[in-house]
Ligand binder design. Structure first.
Ligand code: KG4
Ligand code: ZN
Length: 358
């Protein structure tokens, strides 16, 4: 088998990470062969900029992207020991996200592509997350995807590049958002996910009784709801005040147990439905992606659920779960190889909203 190597620069600026990465992907015909290599991977987190406000401030994020993106692109080329001229294409997140930030990466990507006379590819940030496991694991289509981030909580069946079918989603808050709000009400830092995970390790999972929304409802399908859980946590925390370290640990552990039950139960329902669409011998694969997938407790819960149904769980390493440009470069490489590129990519507009499923 002879495979062509292609090189793609990816840019990510849709939220509070400024990132540039370069991937090398072997292509056979129109398809990637295996994981390829991540040659440069630069990420600058803006956490310190936004932490005093307890959340991302869009205007500050856009300005920080503008200040740092050029330097990060140069650092990614240095790390890879390659130049713009070596690239086969430039890919950048075109949405969904905070529009000011998306514009910075999108415009920079277009300008580089125009200057170097290379194809430009606008990527849906969610497609980046959806394909992120393919950076490190040889996971082929089809697979069931649980996408859990600060802005999204969705179950999708992924049957090919560009083929995503929604099976369930949150009806209110995203799961990362629930973590961030829960952390805020217990006066923990931002972002809340890693902090709650750390505190929960010293707590009891059944210390406080919290609701598991939608799990028993006959009409909930594979949907999620986290806003009631957040309200219940607030009331429980108010009753338990003043909070000491032990109470915070117990509240964090109980909150995380409720989230774990919701994710494991609804993902189990989706795995059962997804399984029925597969031939008996096809591998059963569950991929979890997005920032919340960095959580080890939730990974363990999902792994147990997957194993019970004969599914193999794939989760990217933590640094590729949270926002990064490697997944944008990977999506760009897969689209370039498949010829799935816009007719007039330089006219592509930045999009604040852009659902993945078709
Ligand atoms: O994918 P991501 O970096 O950005 C979005 O596209 O939203 O996800 C960020 C979200 C935040 O809400 C953060 O609190 C959450 O992922 N997160 C975690 C963990 N690490 C990050 N949630 C739970 N446990 C973690 N270890
Ligand atoms: Zn993301």
């Amino acid at each position: 088998m002879t495979a062509n190597l292609i090189y793609v620069l990816g840019l990510e600026t849709s939220c509070d990470e400024t990132a540039a990465a370069i991937v090398e992907v072997p292509i056979d015909g129109t398809k990637p062969v295996g994981t390829g290599r991540l040659l440069g991977n630069q990420i600058l987190s803006q956490i310190d900029t936004h932490a005093p406000y307890g959340g991302v401030v869009p205007e500050l994020a856009a300005r920080a992207h503008l200040s740092h993106l050029d330097r990060l692109i140069a650092a990614a080329f240095d790390e890879a020991d390659l130049t713009l001229g070596d690239m086969d294409a430039i890919a950048a997140t075109a949405g969904p996200g905070l529009i000011g930030g998306v514009l910075v990466g999108l415009t920079t990507g277009k300008a580089l592509a125009l200057a170097a006379q290379k194809p430009f590819i606008g990527i849906n940030h969610l497609e980046g997350h959806a394909l992120s496991a393919r950076l490190t694991e040889a996971v082929d289509f089809p697979y069931l995807l649980l996408l859990v981030s600060g802005g999204h909580c969705q179950l999708l069946s992924v049957t090919g590049l560009g083929n995503y079918t929604l099976m369930g989603q949150t009806r209110d808050d995203a799961v990362g958002e629930a973590y961030d709000k829960a952390a805020k009400l217990m006066s923990l830092g931002y972002p809340g996910g890693p902090e709650i995970e750390k505190r929960a390790r010293d707590g009891k999972r059944d210390a406080y009784k919290l609701p598991r929304p939608l799990l028993s409802g006959a009409h909930s399908g594979c949907d999620f709801s986290f806003s009631g859980l957040k309200t219940a946590l607030r009331q429980t925390a108010e009753q338990a005040a003043p909070l000491d370290d032990k109470k915070v640990a117990d509240l964090s552990a109980s909150f995380e147990a409720a989230i774990g039950d919701c994710l494991a139960t609804q993902t189990t329902r989706a795995m059962q439905a997804f399984s029925q669409s597969l031939s008996p011998n096809a591998p059963r694969q569950l991929v979890v992606a997005g920032g919340v997938a960095a959580n080890q407790y939730l990974r363990d819960r999902l792994n147990a659920a997957a194993t019970q149904l004969g599914f193999t769980l794939f989760v990217p390493p933590a640094a590729l779960c949270t926002d990064n440009a490697a997944m944008i470069a990977r999506a760009g490489a897969e689209r370039l190889a498949a010829g799935l590129i816009e007719d007039a990519p330089l006219a592509l507009a930045a999009r604040a909203r852009w659902p993945l499923s078709n």
